[in-house]
Design a protein. Structure first.
Length: 497
């Protein structure tokens, strides 16, 4: 089914030369670097016009005969419109381009809807696109398909031709043609990596397998309507079959989470005819999954979660002892295991108001079986952390109390710092020394205490001339005594030698 592109390329080279001769119609640029295009000629002119980074379609356009066109650096926004073309007459090449937001459609001959790559092509994003007809990728690296809805009509949803390297992130890929995915024959460096997306075979093969030597795709994720174990990356160890839709997981617990009621989990190493364990979760969901033993005949029991319960393990039929999650169990026949649960109970902790120094707490509930679990509602549906239950201590509300100034008769006091709320003395004050008396005329002006050092001023009596005579007499006596005293003092000093 793969077409010989070399022949076609030669044809296209000539056709492209003609296409370039078509006069370009003038463009009304709707924004800087953005061109609007509603016809094939407007589209060509926009691609060839300088300074354009985005082309926005204003109508459905048939690009039949546009042939190979380099749209490096461009974003082609279909703006919800449709690009149609006859098979192999419209091929996008170049580097760093985006095609998005609309529909691409193969005309009635039913070929591919989107061709990427002719000359070396790199870094292409195809996003939010519906294609009626498959996507054909050739001589291109780093082509990403994201949210692309592909229906292949004649061939493949994704065809990786020689050198076509593509990564599928998301979207839906179905075939009405040969197979969902096709890879070029031989070692041409074609590469298809699938990390997501839904793949619908409609009973056709998921991958073209005609016995020729073709690179297989590598599957890292996605969902499929058939098992795809042979294409899985080795990190994926478990297959989950939910009613005919297959998904793959690295860990057993992820697989158990991904299994819906009635789903079947099979280790990718499992062998045909292996025993099966039916796991009845025994919870509100009523979920049951089937677990196939691995190549050694063992199963590993999964963990399980149920709000308000502790999971005790899986009780095998005919036993009353649950086997804990994570345990390996050798199956000697098909066996039913039922989940064993213990319901959690809770105790209320009453609210307590904080004091100045002691923190309080809000009202809350704590789990008796798992004491790290705190809730703020009685139904125990709103978890909180232990820290969130705490109402911090208010701290003291300090006021100064009992301050007294010092006086000349009593010491003062700086006062205590006291909490207004609880009365606690936070800091004691200290004494202020007495201040000196303020003496004036032999007495303190404040308290009246007599000044011990006070010498009253003596005033002689007014007695007329007679008194002068008496004064002279006194002075004469004093000078005589003074001479005698001086002589005595001189003698004393000499004696002291
Ligand atoms: Zn206090
Ligand atoms: Zn005083």
């Amino acid at each position: 089914m793969d077409v010989k592109r070399d022949l076609i390329k030669r044809w296209l080279g000539a056709a492209l030369a003609l296409a370039l001769l078509v006069p370009a119609f003038s463009q009304a640029a709707s924004a800087e670097g953005t061109a609007a295009a509603g016809t094939k000629d407007e589209f060509l002119a926009a691609v060839q016009g300088g300074g354009i980074t985005e082309i926005q379609l204003t109508a459905d356009v048939d690009l039949t005969g546009i042939n190979v066109i380099d749209i490096s650096g461009l974003t082609l926004d279909l703006c919800g419109h449709t690009i149609s073309a006859n098979n192999f007459t419209c091929i996008f090449e170049g580097s760093d381009f985006v095609i998005k937001n609309g529909t691409m459609k193969a005309n009635s001959n039913g070929g591919y809807a989107l061709f990427i790559g002719d000359g070396p092509t790199d870094n292409v994003l195809i996003q939010d696109l519906i294609t009626v007809g498959g996507i054909n990728i050739y001589n291109s690296s780093n082509v990403t398909l994201k949210d692309v809805d592909v229906t292949s009509t004649n061939y493949y949803a994704v065809w990786c031709d020689e050198g076509g390297q593509c990564s599928v992130e998301s979207g839906t890929f179905r075939t009405d043609g040969v197979a969902v995915l096709g890879m070029a024959e031989g070692d041409f460096g074609s590469l298809l990596e699938i990390s997501g997306g839904d793949f619908v075979t409609n009973g056709k093969p998921i991958v073209l397998d005609d016995g020729k030597d073709r690179n297989p795709p590598v599957i890292y994720g996605g969902s499929f309507d058939c098992p795809v174990r042979e294409y899985l990356d080795e990190s994926l160890q478990y297959e989950v079959n939910n009613d005919g839709i297959y998904t793959y997981y690295s860990t057993f617990d992820d697989a158990a989470d991904g299994a819906e009621d009635g789903g079947k989990i099979t280790p990718v190493t499992s062998t045909d005819g292996a025993f099966e364990a039916t796991l009845n979760y025994g919870d509100d969901s009523g979920k049951t999954v089937i677990l196939t033993a691995d190549a050694d005949g063992n199963i590993v029991l999964p963990s399980a979660d149920r709000s308000g319960y502790i999971f005790l393990g899986w009780t095998p039929e005919g036993s009353s002892e649950p086997v804990e999650a994570g345990e390996t169990c050798a199956l000697t026949g098909d066996t039913v295991f039922t989940g064993a649960w213990k319901q959690l109970t809770y105790s209320k902790v009453e609210a307590k108001a904080p004091s100045c120094e002691e923190p309080g707490n809000i009202e809350y509930w704590v789990c008796n079986e798992l004491p790290d679990l705190y809730f703020k509602d009685e139904a125990c549906t709103e978890p909180i952390t232990p820290e969130e239950t705490v109402i911090p201590a208010t701290g003291h509300d300090p006021v100064a109390e009992g301050a007294e100034p010092a006086t000349c008769t009593e010491e003062g006091y700086t006062g205590n710092t006291v909490c207004k709320t609880c009365g606690k003395v936070i800091e004691k004050g200290e004494a202020i020394p007495m201040i000196p008396h303020d003496y004036k005329d032999g007495y303190c002006t404040v308290c009246g205490t007599a000044d011990p050092d006070y010498i009253p001023e003596t005033t002689p009596p007014q007695t007329g001339y007679g008194s002068y005579t008496a004064l002279w007499a006194v002075l004469l006596l004093a000078s005589g005594a003074g001479v005698a005293a001086a002589a005595a003092a001189g003698k004393k000093r000499r004696d002291a030698r």
